[in-house]
Write a protein of this length. Structure first.
Length: 314
């Protein structure tokens, strides 16, 4: 038990450092290549912080534990938009831009609904996996094409040009890679320690997947988003979370079900999928009526997550 607690602490420290390094490198590369922080959050950072979910889901499916694989993704999507976004909103105001409300949120909702539709018959097949992954490629292609920055702040442009050396680019790319690696190992260590503790208490695979694994694999998003919000990189914080949910539904479940079709626990269909879709719907009025996510929105989202966990464990 003591060893597992030490592994948990080591994982948390690694996650904090990895999130900081990743945000620094990604935000600088965004300006250098005329790409908005929102796009970087939706692609590079989202993929990097979703790596733990992908590896956990693949390993779980191959080892014959589909509840781990699917519960990890569904639970992560719930915690991303309830716990993680709520925590980020408490640490810094997150302004809502038109692209987030009109493009990224609908894709997040649509991918969640499509995943539910594919899971409704009790099996996510290889064909459905290919469809999910193909939709991700289409979305990312359209996103990168349509959102390249046309203008930059003159001061930022001057600063970036003055630093435009090959060494600077290598350093920032290294920061991104290092951040992703640290996030992966930090989450892996955390999950290892937490899972051992949970299994020793006799908790079901579904509950472990939706709570311990989901929370553990959402820690990269949690630390990355809080750090981004505190540094004022609010586009990166919101884009990271919306992008992670899109990646989780389309990429992780897509790739996992291509390799090994996933059977679906009926309890997830009746309880957890509706919560995932419901939390995504809850984000819309907060974005529309408040125009930014701050302390009140953060409290509402975190309270929703705590209610979900309470009902799950009850």
């Amino acid at each position: 038990m003591v060893l597992n607690i030490l592994i948990l602490v080591l994982g948390l420290v690694t996650l904090i450092f990895g999130g900081d390094v990743l945000v620094k490198g990604a935000s600088k590369l965004a300006l250098r290549f005329n790409i908005s922080s929102l796009v970087v959050g939706l692609t590079v950072v989202a993929f990097g912080t979703s790596a733990p979910e992908l590896l956990v889901s693949l390993n779980s499916a191959l080892k014959g534990s589909p509840d781990f694989a699917l519960g990890n993704v569904v639970g992560s999507n719930i915690s991303n938009l309830a716990l993680v976004l709520g925590a980020a909103a408490l640490f810094g105001f997150i302004p809502i831009k038109k692209d987030s409300a009109q493009r990224d949120w609908p894709v997040t909702l649509g991918s969640s609904i499509l995943l539910f539709v594919f899971a409704y018959d009790g099996l996510i097949s290889r064909t459905e996996g290919f469809i999910l992954f193909a939709l991700l490629i289409v979305y990312l292609s359209a996103l990168i094409y349509s959102t390249r920055k046309g203008n930059k702040n003159l001061e930022e442009e001057k600063e970036i040009k003055s630093e435009k050396t090959r060494w600077a680019i290598y350093k920032e790319a290294f920061q991104v890679v290092l951040g992703i690696v640290l996030l992966y190992f930090g989450a892996d260590w955390f999950i290892g320690g937490a899972e051992e503790i949970a299994v020793s208490l006799g908790v079901s695979q579904r509950v472990i997947g939706l709570t311990v694994l989901a929370l553990g694999t959402s820690l990269p998003e949690l630390f990355t988003s809080i750090i981004a919000a505190r540094k004022g990189e609010t586009d990166l914080a919101l884009g990271n979370l919306l992008g992670s949910n899109i990646f989780n539904a389309l990429s992780i479940i897509g790739i996992t079900s291509i390799i090994k079709p996933l059977s679906v626990n009926p309890d997830m269909l009746h309880t957890d999928f509706p919560w995932m879709i419901g939390i995504t719907l809850l984000i819309l009025p907060l974005m529309i009526f408040r125009k930014r996510l701050g302390t009140p929105s953060g409290i509402i989202l975190i309270a929703s997550y705590l209610l979900y966990v309470f009902l799950l464990l009850k």
